[in-house]
Design a protein around this ligand. Structure first.
Ligand SMILES: [Zn+2]
Length: 457
C-alpha cells in the first residue's frame, strides 16, 4: 500500500514537473554592440565630435518567450539612445525570413543612454559629421548593428528551454520629474530642471526566469528614467548599463535585461559634472539593489497562455510651416532652428510636402492572468505608464516606452498643453516636423486599449 502511494506520488510529481516544464520555453541572448571605431553619439544636440573610448561595452540582449501552443514574443533591449522604424523594419525582415518571427512578435526597446552611437543616418542633419564620419556611422548601422540584432534574436530562439517565470515589483527613487514650472504669476512656463514635486513612476517591475533546476537564467527589470547621468564622449550604458553589470556579476550565468519605461520627462539626479560617473554608478547600484530586493522576495508565478497584439496609430501634427516661413528661419548660422529649417526645406524639395502625421507603433503581450506588458513608441512621458496601470489593474501592468521607433517626445495631453521641452520645444531636435495635435493622447490611449483588449479576450 505504501509502495502504491509512493508510486502515485512519484507519478503526480512527474506530471507536475512535465506540466510546469512544458508551460514556458524561454531563451536568452546577449551581444556586444559597441562600435569597432569611434562614431557620433546620439542625444545631446550640443555634441561637436565623435566618441572617445568607452567606460564599458554597450550590449543588446534578447529574451524569447514561447508558450505551450508555440506562441512567441521576443523582446530585445539595447544600450542605445534611440531606434527608428527603418532599423526596426530591417531587423524584423531578417527575423521573419529566418525564424518566421514577424514584427508583431518582436519588440526593440532602447535604454536611451546618451553615450551610445547615433543610429538614424537621417538625423545627421542635426550633427556636424565629416563625410568619413558619416560613412563610418552608416557602416556601423548596416554592417554591425543590424546583423548583430538579427543574429541575437536567433540566438535567443535557439536557446529556448523549459523555464518558469515569476514577476514582482520593487522601487527605486533616483528618478525625478524634470519639468519645473516657473513664473507662476506671470504665466506659467515649464523649464527642463528638477521638479521634486512633479509626477514620477518609481516602480521597478522585475521578471525572473528560472531553469528546470531553479537556477536564475534571466532578470528582466524596468525603470522610467532618462539614462542621462553622463554627458561625456565615452561609450557607456549609463545607470542601466551599471545595473545590468552589477546584477550579472552577482548572479553568474544569468542575463540581465533593462527595459526602459515611460521616462520621457524623468531625469536621474544628481547628474552630470565632474562626479557624473560616480553618480551614475550609484544610480546603477540603487536600481540593482531594488532588483535584488525582488530576487529575495516572493514572486507571483506567471502562467500562459501568451497572447500578443500589434497596432499602429496615426498621430496628427500641427500644420507645417510654409516655404516662406522656413526660408526666413534659415539664418545660415547652423543653430537648431537653422538646421531644422534646412531639413524641412529639403523635405519640401524631395516630396513636395512636409508630413502632417506621425506613425506610432503599439504592442501588448499578455501572460495568462498575471502580467500585461504594453510597449509604446516615442520618448514616452510618465502619464502613459500611470494611466494604463490604473485602467488595466488586475494583472501586473508593465509599460515600456522607447520601443521600436523613438520618433520624438510623445507627450500626454497634459504635457502638450503645459508646453516646455517634452510638450513642444524639443521638436526642434527631431525629424518630426511640428508638435503633436491636441488629440495625441486620445489616439495613443485608444491604440493601447485596442491591443490590451485584443490580448485579454
Ligand atoms: Zn530624451
Amino acid at each position: 500500500m505504501k509502495n502504491i502511494a509512493r508510486l502515485i506520488a512519484i507519478a503526480s510529481l512527474s506530471l507536475l514537473n512535465f506540466a510546469s516544464a512544458a508551460e514556458w520555453q524561454v531563451g536568452l541572448g546577449s551581444v556586444v554592440i559597441t562600435p569597432e571605431s569611434p562614431t557620433w553619439l546620439s542625444g545631446y544636440g550640443s555634441r561637436d565630435h565623435a566618441a572617445e573610448g568607452k567606460v564599458h561595452d554597450l550590449f543588446a540582449k534578447a529574451v524569447a518567450f514561447e508558450d505551450e501552443r508555440g506562441e512567441r514574443l521576443v523582446l530585445v533591449t539595447c544600450d542605445l539612445g534611440s531606434v527608428y522604424q527603418g532599423l526596426t523594419d530591417q531587423v524584423a525582415k531578417g527575423t521573419d525570413e529566418r525564424w518566421g518571427l514577424s514584427k508583431e512578435r518582436l519588440v526593440i526597446n532602447v535604454s536611451h543612454t546618451h553615450c551610445a552611437p547615433e543610429v538614424a543616418i537621417e538625423r545627421i542633419v542635426f550633427h556636424h559629421l565629416s563625410d568619413a564620419e558619416e560613412a563610418r556611422l552608416q557602416a556601423y548601422i548596416d554592417e554591425q548593428l543590424i546583423p548583430k540584432l538579427i543574429e541575437l534574436v536567433g540566438a535567443a530562439i535557439d536557446d529556448l528551454q523549459p523555464s518558469t517565470i515569476g514577476v514582482s515589483q520593487s522601487a527605486a527613487l533616483f528618478a525625478s520629474n524634470r519639468r519645473l514650472p516657473v513664473g507662476v504669476e506671470s504665466g506659467k512656463e515649464y523649464v527642463n530642471s528638477q521638479n521634486p514635486g512633479g509626477v514620477t513612476d518609481h516602480d521597478v517591475p522585475v521578471m525572473l526566469i528560472r531553469g528546470e533546476d531553479e537556477s536564475l537564467r534571466g532578470i528582466l527589470f524596468g525603470y522610467a528614467c532618462h539614462n542621462t547621468t553622463l554627458a561625456f564622449y565615452q561609450y557607456c550604458g549609463d545607470y542601466a548599463g551599471f545595473a545590468h553589470q552589477y546584477l550579472e556579476e552577482a548572479h553568474p550565468g544569468a542575463t540581465a535585461l533593462f527595459v526602459m519605461g515611460c521616462g520621457g520627462d524623468q531625469n536621474p539626479y544628481p547628474r552630470h559634472g565632474p562626479e557624473g560617473l560616480d553618480h551614475c554608478k550609484r544610480h546603477g547600484r540603487e536600481l540593482a539593489d531594488a532588483v535584488e530586493h525582488a530576487i529575495h522576495s516572493p514572486q507571483t508565478e506567471v502562467h500562459g497562455p501568451l497572447r500578443v497584439a500589434y497596432t499602429e496609430v496615426m498621430l496628427d501634427l500641427e500644420p507645417p510651416p510654409t516655404r516662406e516661413q522656413l526660408e526666413a528661419q534659415r539664418t545660415g548660422d547652423d543653430s537648431y532652428p537653422d538646421r531644422k529649417a534646412r531639413y524641412l526645406l529639403d523635405q519640401l524639395d524631395k516630396h513636395g510636402q512636409i508630413a502632417t502625421t506621425q506613425n506610432c507603433p503599439l504592442q501588448a503581450a499578455r501572460f495568462g492572468d498575471e502580467l500585461v506588458m504594453i510597449f509604446v513608441s516615442g520618448e514616452t512621458v510618465v502619464d502613459y505608464a500611470r494611466k494604463p496601470k490604473v485602467e488595466f489593474a488586475g494583472p501586473l501592468v508593465w509599460v515600456a516606452g522607447y520601443c521600436n521607433d523613438v520618433f520624438a517626445y510623445l507627450p500626454s495631453y497634459r504635457v502638450l498643453m503645459e508646453g516646455g521641452y517634452e510638450g513642444r520645444s524639443g521638436i526642434i531636435h527631431q525629424l518630426v516636423p511640428t508638435p503633436f495635435a491636441t488629440n495625441v493622447e486620445d489616439r495613443v490611449m485608444g491604440g493601447i486599449r485596442r491591443v490590451v483588449k485584443e490580448v485579454s479576450e
